[in-house]
Design a protein around this ligand. Structure first.
Ligand code: FES
Ligand code: FES
Length: 161
């Protein structure tokens, strides 16, 4: 079985797994990192949203052999340790989520938060505030319909990042 090495939440990890196994199953089933959720498995629902090199991506759509040794994968478990994590137990975006009492069943919420952080980072790189059009562009599905609170929390979290 081929070996694959990459960085996960600040640690170097090596897994022995076939080249075509997609990263979401490597994370969840082999490495036991269950923050990224399995919803559709076909890059549609965004429940698995995580970060690669600081940007949002959907690991259900990426075979492990496309991940390079130098790639840094961050799941919600590693988010507080990100450079914009604020040095606390939770990332400012997670704090905003709690403050706004966003989650209902919670299943989609790790992906929502990871998408939110990536969006705010992108806007900051561009030297601007997030807009309603940015928020409209988040495509993560929430079966419980928490969209209004998600939007409020993203705006609040962005102020602390
Ligand atoms: S499980 Fe990855 S996008 Fe749906
Ligand atoms: S909180 Fe239930 S799916 Fe979003």
């Amino acid at each position: 079985m081929p070996k694959h090495t990459f960085k996960l939440n600040g640690e170097t990890v090596t897994v022995k797994v076939a080249d075509d196994v997609r990263l979401l199953w490597v994370l969840r089933d082999i490495l036991g990192v269950t923050g990224p959720k399995y919803g559709c498995g076909i890059n549609v629902c965004k429940a698995c949203t995580s970060h690669i090199n600081g940007k949002a991506f959907n690991p259900c759509a990426v075979p492990i052999d496309q991940i390079k040794r130098t790639d840094e994968i961050t799941t919600i478990e590693g988010l507080p340790d990100a450079p914009d994590g604020g040095g606390g137990d939770l990332h400012p975006m997670q704090e905003a989520w709690l403050d706004r009492d966003v989650a209902q069943c919670g299943y989609c919420q790790p992906g929502q938060i990871m998408a939110a952080v990536a969006l705010v980072r992108r806007a900051k790189r561009q030297g601007r505030e997030i807009t309603d059009a940015d928020l409209d562009g988040i495509r993560n599905i929430c079966r419980c319909g928490t969209y209004t609170r998600i939007r409020e929390a993203i705006k609040q979290g962005a102020e602390q990042m």
